[in-house]
Write a protein that binds this ligand. Structure first.
Ligand code: ATP
Ligand code: MG
Length: 218
């Protein structure tokens, strides 16, 4: 079984996430993709994020009618700060060969992740290109996307993939660029603008019912 893992804060989940995963699932013939919401994201500890239960509820509603998509609440069950390395190792124990799906924007910060160098020996990566942000991922190409510490362990495999010395592969995949982010959704809500067609309608309904994102920082 080919299993994809898609981690994130999902505050809230939106069509950018869903469409990107749909395209990756199809392109790499994944049998299943697990959405894994971060319980306590290490990078967002100073930021106020929505209660885990609400983020989970929205995800559940968003993926309900897609038989390939699953939800994992592993990170709340593990308790404490949510580190990707722990999640990856748990999935690897269960499924063996796994594919960690991540946007290029997030991957470019991987050197700030806990014990990130270990990740490359435990999972394959599928890196999704997101719309280019001036000055951030502009002109980042080839092995430049890897932090210096691991660059020596990685070779170019073919036009769209790399190989780590462990044998694990890193694929780069261009998904249809949809410039939607959770930040955009939160900003719209705070300024009283519609989020229709940016998130699935059941998600929009939950946000309305629970009055999420009306107050607080973006
Ligand atoms: P925020 O604006 O709060 O950072 P986000 O929209 O980036 O939220 P996250 O939960 O931070 O969502 O992201 C989870 C994963 O989804 C990351 O790997 C991110 O790169 C990817 N991702 C988010 N939005 C898109 C999109 N529109 N297209 C492709 N990948 C996306
Ligand atoms: Mg993000």
């Amino acid at each position: 079984m080919r299993v994809g893992i898609f981690g994130g804060t999902f505050d809230p989940v939106h069509y950018g996430h869903l469409r990107a995963v749909e395209e990756v699932r199809e392109a790499y013939s994944l049998d299943r993709v697990y959405f894994v919401p971060a319980y306590i994201p290490p990078h967002k500890q100073t930021k106020k994020i929505t209660d885990y239960d609400f983020r989970l509820k929205m995800l559940k509603a968003a993926i309900r009618n897609n038989r390939y998509l699953r939800l994992s609440d592993m990170e709340i069950r593990r308790k404490g700060v949510s580190y990707t390395i722990d999640t990856i190792k748990a999935f690897e124990r269960r499924f063996g060969e796994i594919y960690f799906i991540v946007g290029l924007d997030a991957f470019l910060e991987i050197d700030t992740w806990h014990r990130y160098t270990e990740l490359f020996s435990h999972t394959n990566f599928i890196i999704m290109e997101r719309p280019v942000k001036a000055g951030v991922n502009e002109g980042v190409r080839g092995k430049d996307i890897f932090p210096r510490e691991v660059r020596g362990e990685i070779t170019e495999y073919d036009r769209e993939s790399f190989q780590h010395k462990s044998g694990k592969r890193i694929y780069i995949y261009r998904v249809t660029p949809l410039d939607i982010s959770s930040t955009l959704i939160r900003t719209c809500i705070k300024s009283g603008k519609s989020i229709r067609y940016l998130v699935p309608s059941p998600v929009e309904r939950i946000i309305g019912e629970k009055m999420l994102y009306l107050n607080g920082a973006i």
